[in-house]
Design a protein around this ligand. Structure first.
Ligand SMILES: [Zn+2]
Length: 315
């Protein structure tokens, strides 16, 4: 029987959990759906990630408003993917911050990515007509961007760790609490999406830099909050292992289909039951195949190319 395309048949609502990680530090996890967060400054809020639509974001904000009524000064977006950014208008933030490359990627492929992700994961797009258009950052940076939270709350440091899940991922780091929001650079018991990735750099220097912060709590892009030094190290190690197994299997295969079958066979015992594993793998292997054959930047995913790759590999 043919597998339904990507996550198009995954229509069951996920349970969302709001966790208070420290005084004024919040994470909303959702059983493998995209995670979001918020950090209180003395008299303002920083929100991290925007979900796929303003309606979905509004539901998150309603829950957050039970804890704090501070105005949202910053909305930080870890990377350009539609399910992370298209809900931005709901926040009414004064400043929308991304990495420099994220702005370039939105200009280059934001429209195509929107169509692609909507078809892959329709459930995440609650009331898609509420999206007013692409989300544009109003402040960008190349290396670090520091937000003074005021009072004795310390800094929130946004940092670029190198190319990884995309060309322009950032992490958000709270040194005072040793808490990191890692976006999709780290997943915790959820499968990786690597269709726009730079596998070799991500699995080496980029994850080394993420690990070098020494976080004791880490909120990844999907999956549960990783707690304690050991928990954080395990989430980073799992991310690296997933990448390395794929690189080993794809680099030794003679054809794209063989690469997919070998990667699936090698990853399935450990990762097959984790959210979006089957959904992601054809796109992951297609991009990695390109990368290992000299295609420097990820090709743009369109709704049409998604179907072609899916039909070739997953059916
Ligand atoms: Zn992503």
């Amino acid at each position: 029987m043919a597998k339904p395309f990507a996550s198009s048949a995954d229509l069951g609502e996920k349970r969302q959990t709001l966790e208070v990680l420290a005084d004024g530090v919040y994470a909303l996890t959702a059983e493998g759906d995209p995670n979001v967060g918020a950090i209180e400054g003395e008299d303002f809020l920083v929100c991290f990630e925007a979900l796929a639509t303003p309606v979905a974001a509004g539901e998150w904000l309603t829950r957050l408003r039970a804890h704090t009524g501070k105005p949202i000064r910053y909305l930080v977006l870890s990377h350009y993917h539609a399910v992370r950014v298209l809900g931005a208008s709901a926040f009414g933030a004064d400043v929308i911050v991304t990495h420099d490359k994220t702005r370039e990627l939105i200009a280059e492929r934001g429209e195509q990515d929107w169509a692609s992700e909507y078809a892959r994961m329709p459930r995440l797009f609650k009331e898609p007509e509420s999206i007013p258009g692409l989300t544009w950052p109003t402040a960008t940076f190349s290396d670090t961007f520091t937000i003074d939270l005021g009072g004795d709350r310390g800094d929130l440091v946004l940092a670029y760790c190198g190319r990884g899940h995309t060309e322009g991922d950032l992490v958000a780091w709270l040194p005072r609490h040793r808490i990191m929001f890692a976006g999709d650079l780290v997943e915790s018991q959820a499968a990786l999406y690597t269709g726009d990735a730079f596998h070799r750099e991500w699995s080496a220097g980029t994850l080394d830099r993420v690990a070098s912060f020494g976080a004791e709590t880490l909120v990844g892009g999907r999956g549960a909050v990783a707690r304690g030094k050991a928990g954080v190290e395990a989430a980073i190690a799992q991310t690296r292992d997933f990448l390395r197994v794929m690189m080993r299997e794809v680099s030794t295969a003679g054809t794209l289909k063989e690469a997919f079958d070998n990667a699936h066979r090698a990853l399935e015992p450990r990762y097959g039951g984790w959210p979006i594993f089957e959904h992601c793998l054809p796109f992951n292997v297609s991009r990695l195949w390109d990368e290992l054959h000299g295609v420097e930047r990820p090709r743009i995913w369109t709704a049409e190319r998604d179907r072609e790759v899916w039909n070739e590999l997953q059916s």
